[in-house]
Design a binder for this molecule. Structure first.
Ligand SMILES: Nc1ncnc2c1ncn2[C@@H]1O[C@H](COP(=O)(O)OP(=O)(O)OP(=O)(O)O)[C@@H](O)[C@H]1O
Length: 257
């Protein structure tokens, strides 16, 4: 049986005065790529933030069987890497150099005020090269295009070298070749035994994952393998029959109609 990397038990969250996640129970397999999909406002980003421990919630999140809330901050940050939507407060200061942005991913590994180690520098270079962002390392983040910026933020998340990566719309602003590259990165992480959990609007990419969580109205409606017809049915149903899943050239494709 597949081990569980991350688990939610009766997870609820309230934003403002509105409960947007309703008592979610969920177990996400270790060493797999799971995509989270659903219509706008389904609660996907809220769920991901709660799973990352970035949002006050009721219920419990467990990382590798331990309550996330019991883990010291630095240990948590080493084990769980976060790629958000790059909005305010997500640590993507425009005047920082690309190299230094990626180095932020190494903070959980560094001693207070210590200079980056050889291992830190090697991890940052590997990460920036894997997202083809190495050549911009001396440019300020604020001078990059949306897609270039996204690749730097992805590199920062990779530089953590965490066992688990949570990514909220990682394909935002990426052109098709770089979307394909992101998929290769996700697959590479899984091949190394890491766990990838991504909120995705691009259903064709989401269907290339190992497993899928289908959400609506702050609840999980279905969780299953991406090749399972029951998952395809859930996907079609949550989008009110406005997408149809077909098999094309060895891939599952969701066609809007
Ligand atoms: N501060 C807030 N106060 C009240 N409701 C909020 C607040 N922030 C978000 N919401 C609501 O919470 C619900 C879930 O939002 P969330 O961003 O998690 O959805 P999502 O599935 O990620 O959506 P999208 O696909 O549009 O990105 C939405 O209905 C949203 O309107």
């Amino acid at each position: 049986m597949q081990a569980t990397a991350l688990e939610a038990r009766q997870l609820s969250a309230t934003l403002g005065s509105v409960e947007v996640l309703h008592a979610i129970d969920l177990a996400l397999a270790a060493g797999r790529w799971t995509s989270i999909v659903g219509p706008n406002g389904a609660g996907k980003s809220t769920l991901l933030k709660a799973l990352a421990g970035l949002l006050a919630h009721r219920g419990e999140v467990r990382l590798g069987g331990e309550p996330l809330s019991a883990l010291p901050g630095r240990a948590r940050a080493r084990r769980l890497s976060w790629l958000g939507q790059g909005g305010p407060g997500e640590g993507s200061a425009d005047d920082l150099m690309v190299y230094d942005v990626a180095m932020l991913g190494r903070l959980p590994h560094q001693r207070w005020l210590a200079a980056p180690s050889e291992a830190d520098r090697a991890a940052v270079e590997r990460a920036l090269r894997s997202t083809q962002a190495w050549e911009w390392r001396e440019r300020p983040l604020g001078q990059l295009s949306g897609g270039e910026r996204q690749r730097v933020l992805l590199a920062r998340a990779l530089a953590v070298e965490a066992e688990l990566l949570l990514m909220d719309e990682p394909l935002a602003n990426l052109d098709p070749p770089h979307q394909a590259d992101w998929m290769a990165v996700a697959r590479g992480l899984v091949a190394e035994g890491r766990t990838v959990i991504s909120v995705l609007h691009e259903l064709n990419v989401a269907l290339a994952a190992d497993a899928m969580v289908v959400m609506a109205g702050g609840r999980v409606l279905h969780q299953g393998a991406c090749h399972d017809p029951a998952t395809h049915q859930a996907l079609e149903s949550v989008f009110d029959g406005r997408v149809v899943v077909h098999r094309v050239a060895d891939q599952w494709i969701a066609i809007p109609h």
